[in-house]
Design a protein around this ligand. Structure first.
Ligand SMILES: Cc1cc2nc3c(=O)[nH]c(=O)nc-3n(C[C@H](O)[C@H](O)[C@H](O)COP(=O)(O)OP(=O)(O)OC[C@H]3O[C@@H](n4cnc5c(N)ncnc54)[C@H](O)[C@@H]3O)c2cc1C
Length: 586
């Protein structure tokens, strides 16, 4: 049997969310989006669904079976990638939310995010490249000189040139401040970078003739740590004055990693040997500028988690309706979906995939308002909510992708463990999402040590107030869920107070509690989304009321345990010395 490699785009659910839970059509009345009407958005989503299911889904299994590879110093992508990329770029898909002046379509980010779910649900390994092209274009538009913007952005948006994010080095993973790649200014007034970067996604490929590497490096005499880092754009090939592509620029992929999943996406060791580099932003501001790219990518990694969760859920629902096992002897066997344990798995899968879909789209929608609202107070509040949600979406969304993919394998039983099912690939592909773009543990520390207390705790306050207000407005939509959500919100308020009271005096205790705290925030956020989903589906036509009840009964009660873990302190963690802890009692 050939490997199953197909994808059902969740267009109806996305439209339900955009039209009935978030007010998508209202966004289009803002001056920034007046050139777009709602029928155009729905047409775009329909076309995107076709692209995902017809062009991208078929290359998903092929990329897994025949990974990208290095041959004669160049990366060759998996079979079908060149053709799929051409269709993608020619269709104008990279620039969906990019400014019209740069060749984009100027659609809201929330629409782009819905599109990103379809791309990543069909083939997440492919989706990494357009993600970096968009993120690099955003970075350059925010921090680059006019000439860099003119040279790079339209070509990235059109898909003529590729892009990478070059941060990681062997000694500098989460600890970005240890980057050692050097940038030096020559007597000719030009910058050159020298060093080795590892794990660089699409560091080389055969899809575009030029790649723009967005790279962090240290300049001579710069202070240690992240304050000494500067940002450069390093083209893979020399650029003529007219933008023409010349000889190679001292940039080479020296290795493509063999890895657990995401095999179609080349993960490269990159060598920079005196490569000409163009500064982006002021010296020493590299980390701050790079965050424009990183934050764009974090939101989409959250969507990658949703995408894999959604794709795996669709497959599991279909299988559980068809496959028959169990039931009374002498009677025909029953569909898997009739057994309570399988039902519980399916409901959890829907609760997580649809709940996180709503949450990530909410974060994108808030960013749209932060950018485009005509009301300064609404802009401020929307930005604060989006900043609060971003680490939560990145970490909990990626974890949900893995959890749901794993449940899908369980629903498929032994058949899910067999590669032909196409389901075990979801587990392997999703695993890295909790690691890259800032490991999830680091996201949790960021949430507790930076986001929670900053600006008088206003981000958390806005989040909690929005939930309290929706509890008042929508309690009757699902009273059982509302009761559990109220209790979970009380647990979250208590954990937040405890962490705020200890963050200065007992930082170790707070870091120890950061992970369960982030999980608690995510749980409450998902409960919030489900209250709104239930309210938007009063007749239960889309099954939202039933899942909301499941969330209230089965998921939200975990808040009490998470609160306890978040506030437990670090005594148990600190009891063993380093040596005692790391000695396995063999
Ligand atoms: C498939 C793939 C693609 C990638 N693509 C890119 C790319 O395109 N560009 C790029 O620059 N990088 C890329 N990366 C690198 C990725 O961003 C790093 O792997 C990630 O930042 C973690 O760094 P590390 O692997 O060195 O792990 P480490 O930093 O060694 O971390 C290991 C574990 O320790 C924890 N940890 C580390 N420090 C702390 C701390 N201070 N406090 C608490 N916990 C801590 C982490 O949370 C993690 O769980 C990619 C990686 C992979 C696997």
């Amino acid at each position: 049997m050939d490997r199953v490699s197909r994808y059902t785009p969740p267009i109806a659910d996305q439209r339900f969310l955009l039209e009935h839970v978030l007010d998508g059509p209202a966004l289009l009345k803002l001056p920034a989006y007046r050139h777009v009407d709602w029928p155009t958005v729905t047409h775009v989503l329909d076309q995107a669904g076709r692209l995902a299911s017809d062009i991208l889904a078929p290359i998903n299994a092929r990329g897994d079976e025949q990974p990208s590879r290095l041959a004669d110093g160049r990366v060759i992508t998996s079979p079908g990638y060149v053709e799929a990329y051409r269709a993608f770029a020619e269709g104008g898909w990279i620039g969906l939310d990019m400014p019209v002046a740069q060749g984009g379509q100027g659609l809201p980010l929330v629409v782009q995010n819905a599109f990103a779910e379809m791309v990543n649900g069909a083939c997440v390994a492919f989706g990494m490249l357009p993600l970096m092209q968009r993120a690099a274009a955003r970075l350059l538009m925010a921090h680059g000189s006019a000439s860099l913007i003119d040279t790079f952005v339209p070509r990235l948006v059109a898909g003529d040139w590729g892009a990478t994010i070059c941060i990681s080095e062997p000694q500098a993973g989460s600890d970005v401040g240890r980057i050692a790649t050097r940038a030096e200014l020559g007597d000719d007034g030009l910058w050159r970078v020298t060093g080795t970067k590892i794990f660089i996604t699409y560091g080389d490929q055969d899809l575009t003739p030029m790649i723009a590497h967005l790279l962090l490096a240290r300049t001579p005499g710069a202070p240690a740590g992240t304050r000494g880092l500067s940002l450069f754009v390093v083209p893979s090939h020399r650029l003529g004055a007219d933008g023409a592509i010349g000889e190679t620029n001292g940039v080479a992929a020296t290795r493509v990693e063999h890895k657990m999943g995401l095999k179609g996406s080349p993960t490269c060791v990159m060598n920079f040997d005196g490569a000409l580099a163009y500064p982006v932003g002021e010296p020493g501001t590299g980390m701050r500028c790079m965050f424009t790219m990183v934050n764009t990518m974090r939101l989409e990694v959250a969507m990658q988690g949703v995408a894999v969760a959604g794709a795996a859920t669709a497959r599991a629902l279909e299988y559980a309706a068809e496959r028959r096992q169990g039931g009374p002897a002498g009677q025909p066997p029953l569909p898997l979906a009739s057994h309570p344990d399988v039902r519980s798995m399916l409901l959890e899968m829907r609760a997580l995939s649809e709940g996180f879909r709503a949450l990530v789209l909410q974060a994108a929608y808030s960013l749209d308002l932060a950018h485009a609202s005509e009301n300064p107070e609404e802009r401020r509040r929307s930005l604060a909510l989006a900043e609060w949600l971003l680490p939560v979406c990145k970490a909990a969304g990626s974890d949900a992708g893995f959890r749901v993919a794993n449940l899908a394998v369980q629903v498929f039983g032994g058949h899910g463990y067999i590669s032909d099912s196409g389901v075990e690939q979801y587990v392997r592909d999703a695993r890295v999402m909790s690691i890259y773009e800032g490991a999830n543990g680091i996201q949790a520390i960021d949430l507790v040590t930076r986001k929670l207390g900053a600006e008088g705790g206003q981000r958390f306050r806005l989040f909690a107030e929005a939930i309290a207000s929706d509890l008042d407005a929508h309690r009757s939509a699902c009273p059982a869920l509302a009761g559990s959500l109220e209790a979970a919100l009380a647990d979250l308020r208590a954990a937040s107070d405890w962490l705020l009271a200890h963050v200065a005096t007992a930082p170790q205790a707070c870091e120890a509690g950061a992970r369960p705290y982030l999980d608690l925030v995510a749980l409450v956020a998902i409960g919030w989304m489900w209250l709104r989903l239930a309210a938007a589906d009063p007749e239960n036509a889309r099954g939202k009321q039933a899942i909301a009840l499941f969330v209230g009964e089965q998921l939200l009660p975990a808040s009490a345990l998470l609160r306890q873990r978040a506030c437990a302190g670090a005594t148990a963690l600190g009891m063993l010395s380093l040596e005692e802890l790391c000695r396995y009692p063999a």
